[in-house]
Design a protein around this ligand. Structure first.
Ligand code: ATP
Ligand code: MG
Length: 266
């Protein structure tokens, strides 16, 4: 099982949007995918109603509730959610900082081994507490970078933190950087994108990126992947499929190229 943490030193860059939509895309592409939310402000369970909304989630699992009762199955049989659950708000600082060593996350990962192909983890912004725990226990990290001035600083910041964690097991590697909220019609975001393409090694920056798109605001307000917004999913849905497709070989989920032609007629 690959464990992919979505991390960023900066808030509001589209982590949760990417996590939810990428999890949905991977599941739709056939991978058994679990989406874990370790952000106390978590948005992953937003769309859940009824009993699922009451699910004990990750906080409940930490408090000793069996994992089976905490996992939330979805209509897509390959997608399972583990929302953050009921946070002990009076105690949230201790709750968060006690995740920083990665030990409990590692225990959860062990419990999910063999049942999932990919575990995606949505994290709070910053590189402390639960996010540091994810950096210490994940196999791979994905860094969403908003296409705006100064945002590229997030990359060396994350790399510096990674360099200090080399002896943790398994040491997570930065799988890729995804540009988010890119506006084509404005000069500044485009120049940031260009700077990223020039500065970063080719393999690090994903070719696929997330454009600024109002459908994503509507979908994230409802807490659903954009592909479930209506009977005819908005065009931006395909972006997450492309990101998933680009990540699969990097995650060892598929061969680098799958160019065997499918016969038109059997
Ligand atoms: N590509 C996009 N186009 C338009 N709006 C977007 C896009 N991505 C995210 N948003 C909106 O921006 C806001 C922040 O996005 P999101 O919650 O995904 O960021 P985040 O990095 O998870 O934030 P936080 O650090 O608070 O957890 C949300 O209102 C979301 O709907
Ligand atoms: Mg978020």
């Amino acid at each position: 099982m690959r464990v992919l943490g979505i991390v960023s030193p900066k808030g509001g860059v589209g982590k949760t949007t990417l996590a939810l939509n990428l999890a949905y895309a991977l599941a739709t592409r056939g991978w058994r995918t679990a989406l874990l939310d370790v952000d106390p402000q978590g948005g992953v369970g937003l769309s859940l109603v009824g009993r699922a909304r009451e699910a004990p989630g990750f906080a409940g699992w930490r408090a000793g509730i069996p994992l089976e009762s905490c996992l939330v199955p979805t209509r897509n049989t390959r997608l399972t959610l583990l929302p953050v659950g009921a946070i002990p708000w009076g105690n949230v600082v201790t709750w968060s900082s006690s995740l920083a060593d990665g030990v409990e996350l590692w225990r959860l990962i062990e419990a999910l081994q063999g049942r999932q192909d990919v575990l995606l983890i949505d994290t709070p912004s910053g590189l402390l507490g639960p996010t540091l725990g994810v950096i210490r226990s994940a196999t791979d990290l994905l860094l969403p970078v908003q296409a705006e001035p100064l945002s590229l600083r997030a990359i060396p910041q994350l790399l510096e933190v990674l360099a200090t964690q080399q002896d943790s097991r398994p040491s997570a590697r930065l799988l890729g950087v995804v540009l988010t909220m890119l506006r084509f019609r404005e000069e500044t975001p485009l120049s940031v994108a260009q700077e990223a393409w020039e500065l970063l090694p080719e393999r690090l920056l994903l070719e696929a990126f997330v454009p600024r798109d109002p459908s994503l605001v509507v979908a994230s307000a409802k807490g659903v992947p954009v592909g479930l917004l209506g009977r005819r999913p908005p065009p931006v849905t395909t972006v997450f499929d492309r990101i998933a497709q680009e990540l699969e070989p990097r995650l060892g989920l598929a061969e680098e190229s799958d160019d065997e032609a499918i016969p038109l007629v059997d």
